[in-house]
Design a protein around this ligand. Structure first.
Ligand SMILES: [Ca+2]
Ligand SMILES: [Ca+2]
Length: 160
């Protein structure tokens, strides 16, 4: 096809321009094949989408994926299932990189017939905050009346 076009157009400038265009198109295509690498400062295997470079070979401390939401804490990465009582380093508790800080426990406790349904005793605390956790409900006789005494302990709300 190119040969037919050259035979038809005998203008050397037009031929040179056409060849230059083909060379540029090939260069652009070859450049698009060079992979993008993302910085992985915390070494958790997930890269920072804000810090990237292109290279044929893998640069040190760079990875192919850009899934890290906080690249200064290796506990913060996609797929993390643990909950944490301290923020990851930037004030956020979104350890699993899903865009939200999910609380480990959000149920409130209650007593029924002297038995505790465990949960927060009072307001559900925010991530990293302390709250009271209902662990037991005892029946005690006081002044000839049976009272339910709630037993709770201190607990930190963990999140991910
Ligand atoms: Ca990382
Ligand atoms: Ca999350």
């Amino acid at each position: 096809m190119l040969l037919a076009w050259v035979k038809k157009h005998k203008d050397p400038v037009a031929i040179a321009v056409a060849i230059a265009g083909i060379v540029v198109a090939i260069a652009i295509y070859l450049f698009s094949l060079i992979p993008t690498w993302y910085a992985d400062e915390d070494g958790d295997g997930f890269g920072d989408p804000q810090v990237s470079t292109r290279s044929i070979w893998q640069p040190s401390s760079f990875v192919r994926n850009a899934g890290d939401c906080y690249d200064s804490n290796q506990n913060a990465r996609p797929g993390v299932e643990s909950y944490f009582g301290n923020h990851r380093g930037d004030g956020s508790f979104d350890y699993d990189c899903d865009g939200t800080s999910a609380r480990e426990q959000s149920a409130t406790g209650s007593c029924s017939n002297g038995t505790a349904n465990q949960g927060w005793d009072g307001e559900v605390p925010a991530c990293g905050e302390k709250g009271r956790w209902l662990v037991d409900c005892d029946r005690k006789v006081r002044l000839l009346r049976i009272e339910i005494v709630r037993e709770s302990n201190s607990r930190i709300q963990k999140c991910r």
